[in-house]
Design a protein around this ligand. Structure first.
Ligand code: SF4
Length: 370
């Protein structure tokens, strides 16, 4: 029995060596993935790219990264920037708490640390908005420290290769995959290894339709041998999604539009918006303008209304559905929670993605007959 356990653990160690070796070989000979921050050792640029790429596709994140680096080439420049200007540049990337943390951390590094990034894992991890994944990326890419990155790409690749039938989203599963990932790290060159496993997950062992037929790891891949590539990685929790119905009212008065900066502590905090009414069901514009919530906004005022078609935005946990009503009022209209700004000023503000989707489309609005 003892011999069998020993044999099993030897088999597993040899499989781990095969994995790491094959991955590095793939990286050297076949990895074509290009990204502007790849191979860079500047912790500021690595940090910026990693924060931008959270929940964002590389193609989209790259354009933002290039614009940011051009405008703010150093952490000091970012720390001195005007908050509204940085938010405007972030507009469209979503998950604005990332941007808020980015600015807070830039100020700490620039002013408290005299512009010098911490050069050890625990020091990096203490910074606002930086979790274990980003800390490992900065520690390994910038300072060549032996910390394995563990993100969705990494857990997918290793759960398939080692045919791990443990859920990746439970505490026990997360701990298991973090330890397995760390044990696989090529400590002589952690930067190359970490980049290789992420690139491999993004381009070969993809979430859907992995390229098993051309995969260098196929002969030793557990999921491939057991026909589990479509099943792994396992997830325990199903995402609960809910629908929300947003009706934005764009009130125009003598060439000015009513807007406000959101203060609620949600994903749109500090972004600007038009007057918003959220309701519990999807109503066509004709029915919505008869609701008390809408009518209360314009008691005693003459208005004319145009409407957009319905817009939709899919977020991780929620689907936003809604439309935009363009309301023209006479000169006396007031709304104490909102400020009337000229259209040229409106263009400099950062709005949530749902609104920019509408503004960019420049849709011809339909006049609403009352
Ligand atoms: S054989 Fe398929 S599942 Fe296994 S590592 Fe390669 S791409 Fe991923």
């Amino acid at each position: 029995m003892k011999d069998l356990v020993l044999l099993d653990s030897m088999k597993s160690i040899s499989n781990q060596k095969i994995f790491t070796h094959s991955l590095l070989s793939w990286n050297k000979n076949s990895n074509q993935r290009q990204m502007p921050w790849k191979g860079i050792a500047d912790p500021y640029k690595i940090w910026l790219s990693e924060i931008m790429l959270q929940q964002t596709r590389v193609e989209q994140g790259t354009a933002y990264y290039n614009r940011f680096i051009e405008k703010f080439p150093t952490v000091d420049k970012l720390a001195l920037a005007n908050d509204d200007e940085v938010f405007k540049m972030w507009e469209g990337l979503g998950y604005y708490s990332r941007c808020k943390n980015l600015m807070a951390t830039a100020k700490i590094i620039a002013f408290d640390y005299k512009g010098i990034f911490p050069d050890n894992y625990n020091g990096i991890l203490k910074l606002k908005g930086i979790g274990p994944y980003t800390a490992a990326a900065i520690a390994s890419f910038a300072f060549k420290l032996p910390y394995a990155v563990v993100d969705g790409n990494v857990t997918r690749v290793i759960s398939r290769f080692f045919a791990v039938e443990k859920s990746i989203d439970t505490n026990a599963g997360k701990k298991y995959f973090a330890e397995l990932a760390q044990s696989l790290l090529y400590t002589e060159d952690p930067a190359t290894y970490n980049q290789a496993i992420m690139d491999f997950g993004a381009t070969v062992c993809k979430p859907r339709q992995p390229l098993c037929n051309i995969c260098l790891l196929q002969n030793n891949c557990g999921a491939y041998a057991k026909d589990l590539t479509k099943v792994l990685p396992l997830k325990e929790k199903k995402l609960l999604k809910r629908n929300r119905y947003f009706y934005y009212i764009i009130v125009e008065q003598q060439g000015k539009i009513f807007v406000r900066k959101r203060t609620e502590k949600d994903i749109w905090q500090n972004l600007w918006e038009f007057i918003l009414i959220e309701i519990d069901e999807k109503l066509p514009a004709e029915a919505f303008v008869k609701t008390k919530a809408f009518k209360d906004l314009f008691i005693g005022f003459n208005i004319s209304i145009k409407t957009s078609v319905f817009y939709k935005q899919q977020l991780t946990h929620q689907t936003i559905l809604g439309l935009f009503l363009y309301v023209t009022t006479d000169a006396t209209y007031k709304n104490e929670n909102f400020t009337a700004l000229k259209k040229a000023e409106i263009k400099t503000l950062a709005f949530p993605r749902f609104i920019t989707g509408f503004l960019e489309k420049q849709e011809e609005l339909q006049i609403l007959k009352g």
